[in-house]
Write a protein that binds this ligand. Structure first.
Ligand code: WQD
Length: 345
């Protein structure tokens, strides 16, 4: 029997590549489109080394309608789409809002436009806990009110969710699942794929592991005067492989027409709030490697604390993020060591 074909946009990126691995492991045929603006072609080698299967790959920009239209012609029978393709640096989005609105929204609109004519049954959208802003209370459920975004990046996620809802409500012949990620961290246990941001990392873990291995002299902890037990921000750090597996379950729901409603929303988190300092300590204890760090002023746009109530995803998707944080920290460290062995960093 032919394998069900899934399109993964942004599939050579951090979460996209881990999801491509899990999709292939689950028996799907994967087509990746990526413009390689924040990733590289070697990721395909890693996916193949892990799974034994090289996904189809199109180097292209999803903001170009004709590129996407040709992809659907070249790869017929796509039944589901997972859309990762987006710019995602909070700070950069404040500096370059039009780049973020053009890239993130045009990509989505092009995909939605092409889904009906090509018989695609649904889309899984990579959303974010950033839509909740600074929640009044934690943990947050999917019914926690969203708040005005604190960055253009966060706003593109909120607007994208609205575009999807409006399109489905207009009678479009497909369903949608919005996955609101908390903080994805770690790497595949094989250390053959992982997070490899271009330039100076914006996110905590890549900066932390680069400091631990000596690429960076010091990790700055942005603020230790927050109203939290140890004064540092609290987040819900979720293992990237656990996160990837949730996408396979979501795609199955779409392809097998199991959605309870035309648009479903799920928080993907562990349900545990962990502070920046606690994370650093967990890394040091798990690896035995010290992380030189100092306290620095707060970072503009950061919220104090957010963590998930993942009950709905646990019950409806039958999915749970249960990798221990120490194991996740070890996976991040092994990945950083592999980058050093390969002379990349
Ligand atoms: C986490 C905590 C920082 C770096 C954003 C997006 C979210 C998702 C992940 C894309 C904060 C602190 C960080 C450093 C530090 N984006 N920190 N020193 O901002 O929670 O979430 O990235 O998928 O949608 O909102 O993640 O890793 O940048 O920061 O102290 O060098 O670590 O202040 O408290 P964030 P982050």
């Amino acid at each position: 029997m032919d394998k069900t074909r899934i399109l993964v946009t942004g599939g050579t990126g951090y979460i996209g590549s881990h999801t491509a691995v899990e999709l292939i492991n689950a028996g799907y045929s994967v087509v990746i489109i990526d413009n390689l603006s924040n990733s590289n072609r070697e990721v395909l080698d890693g996916i193949e080394a892990i799974t034994g299967t090289r996904p189809d790959f199109v180097e292209g920009d999803c903001t170009d309608f004709d590129t996407l239209k040709k992809l659907f012609a070249d790869y017929p029978g796509i039944k589901g789409i997972i859309n990762f393709a987006a710019s995602k640096a909070v700070g950069e989005s404040v500096q370059k809002p039009l780049l973020y609105y053009r890239n993130n929204l045009t990509t989505l609109i092009n995909l939605l436009d092409l889904m009906g004519p090509n018989g695609v049954r649904g889309i899984v959208f990579s959303s974010s806990c950033t839509v909740y802003g600074e929640p009044d209370q934690n943990p947050v459920t999917e019914d926690t009110p969203t708040k005005k975004a604190t960055s253009p990046y966060g706003n593109t996620k909120q607007i994208s969710e609205d575009i999807i809802r409006d399109t489905v409500a207009s009678g479009a012949p497909f369903s949608a699942i919005l996955l609101r990620y908390f903080n994805p961290v770690g790497a595949h246990p094989s250390a053959l794929i992982g997070e490899l941001p271009n330039g100076v990392p914006q996110n905590l873990i890549p900066y932390l592991t680069q400091t631990a291995i000596g690429v960076r002299p010091m990790l700055s902890v942005f603020g230790n005067d927050y109203p939290t037990p140890d004064g540092t921000c609290i987040r819900d750090f979720i293992n990237v492989v656990d996160l990837a597996k949730a996408h396979v379950t979501a795609v199955e729901r779409i392809v097998e027409d199991k959605c309870d409603e035309p648009v479903e929303v799920f928080n993907l988190g562990t349900g545990n709030g962990v502070s920046v300092l606690e994370l650093i300590n967990t890394f040091e204890e798990a690896t035995g490697v010290p992380v030189p760090h100092k306290f620095a002023p707060r970072r503009e746009g950061d919220i104090t604390q957010v963590w998930a109530d993942p009950t709905r995803a646990n019950k409806v998707l039958g999915w749970k993020a249960d990798t221990p944080l120490a194991e996740t920290m070890l996976s991040a460290w092994r990945w950083q060591q592999r980058l050093r062995e390969r002379g990349i960093m």
